[in-house]
Design a protein around this ligand. Structure first.
Ligand SMILES: *Cc1c(COP(=O)(O)O)cnc(C)c1O
Length: 393
């Protein structure tokens, strides 16, 4: 079966009682024993049939062996960190998701995990950061918000030469546009909140692995940590996934048009979109991805006055964090999505106050372009304006 068929059919057939076409929501905490036996489920923290349906689906879409569907993307990241011990060293991409940096910092402080940040475009810098206790490379590509692309295949090779795991946060592209296992990765994590669910009505996450030892450990952690996603949330994500492929097609079409529009706009200083020929890793993106995705970032000409003008003026776009839903969102990285990130790391990653990030939805493209065009109508001010953190997400 091809991906689009798999999204619709994998894992869903779970109702032997009435043959419902759609997986039921098994909203139960516990399951009855008969003659000392269960029908495969005993308690919903350990496993639940609706969650299993989603996990089977996610494992197949990524081409992995086993998936764990958990409560949020951060739960997926936390679960993955439990593959490691105190004193283990993790090398993380320097422009990772803000919450990833925060939990790594916390585990450093609480449990003595060692963490180094490195620009993973520079493979020799990655090699130079390896220590005898390095156990993982934490890879995120495209990165957030600047959409830098790193080479998953080369990084996986470096990880494996050093007995470490290659872990990829695949949230920004989804298995529709990037399948890290095919490039050598060992673990894929997702915030299913984003493209996989696609409708901005669930927070969820997933860990997918492709090695039997990791699969066994993942199952243990699912039960021991108790981070499993609820049956209802699993059902919603499973429903969302059925339209993943056609949604991604329109997200990308619209994102391309938005990126080209912004690139030619006088009040835009710089555009970040891997689908543009001007993107520095455009050819790598072409090689390792099946599509360029729906995220576009750009720098407004000017500073906070102009940023605030854009954010106050948009009407079709909502000023909001998150991404991957059918509706278009716009956010200011420094005060919103990356407010929790250490400011030194943030400026090293090149995230300045002019950066706005767009999650391009699947609305009519003309409405999106008209909205941006009118919001970008301003005369540049020379007065400095203050940047305040607006969010703790
Ligand atoms: C949103 C996001 C997360 C965290 O997911 P939540 O569902 O918000 O917990 C992790 N990684 C990336 C790349 C994300 O965009």
């Amino acid at each position: 079966m091809r991906l689009q068929t798999k999204t619709i059919h994998t894992g869903v057939d779970k109702d032997s009682a009435f043959n419902s076409v759609i997986t039921p929501i098994y909203q139960t905490s516990t399951f009855r024993f008969e003659d000392g036996k269960t029908k495969g489920y005993d308690y919903s923290r350990t496993a639940n049939p609706t969650r299993t349906a989603l996990e089977e689906n996610l494992a197949v879409l990524e081409g992995g062996l086993r998936a764990a569907a958990v409560a949020t993307g951060m739960a997926a990241i936390t679960t993955t960190l439990h593959f490691f011990h105190s004193g283990d060293h993790i090398i993380c991409t320097h422009d990772c998701y803000g919450g990833t940096e925060r939990i790594l910092r916390t585990y450093q402080e609480l449990f003595g995990l060692e963490v180094s940040y490195v620009n993973m475009q520079d493979l020799s810098a990655v090699r130079a950061t390896i220590r005898p206790n390095t156990r993982a490379l934490w890879i995120e590509t495209p990165s957030n918000p600047l959409l830098n692309i790193v080479d998953i295949r080369s990084l996986s090779e470096i990880a494996h030469e050093n007995n470490a795991l290659a872990i990829v946060d695949n949230t920004f592209l989804s298995p529709c546009n990037q399948r890290p296992f095919e490039l050598g990765a060992d673990v894929v994590v997702h915030s299913t909140t984003k493209y996989l669910n696609g409708h901005s009505d669930v927070v969820g996450g997933a860990v997918v692995v492709n090695r039997p030892d990791l699969a066994e450990r993942l199952q243990f952690l699912q039960n021991a940590l108790g981070q499993g996603a609820s049956p209802f949330d699993c059902w919603l994500v499973l429903r969302g996934i059925k339209t993943l492929v056609p949604r991604m097609r329109v997200h990308e079409e619209n994102a391309h048009a938005v990126a080209r529009f912004l690139e030619s706009h006088a009040n835009v200083k710089k555009v970040y979109y891997p689908g543009l020929e001007s993107h520095p890793q455009h050819s790598l993106a072409r090689r390792q991805q099946f599509g360029f995705g729906g995220m576009v970032s750009f720098e407004v000409e000017g500073g906070m006055h102009e940023v605030n003008h854009v954010l106050r003026s948009v009407k079709v776009f909502s000023v909001a964090e998150s991404l991957g839903g059918v509706e278009s969102l716009i956010s200011h990285s420094v005060s919103m999505t990356h407010a929790s990130m250490n400011s030194e790391l943030r400026s090293k990653a090149g995230i300045n106050e002019r950066v706005l990030r767009i999650s391009v939805g699947i609305e009519d493209i003309n409405d999106l372009l008209e909205d941006l065009d009118s919001a970008l109508h301003f005369k540049k001010s020379h007065a400095p304006a203050e940047v305040r953190a607006l969010s703790e997400a």
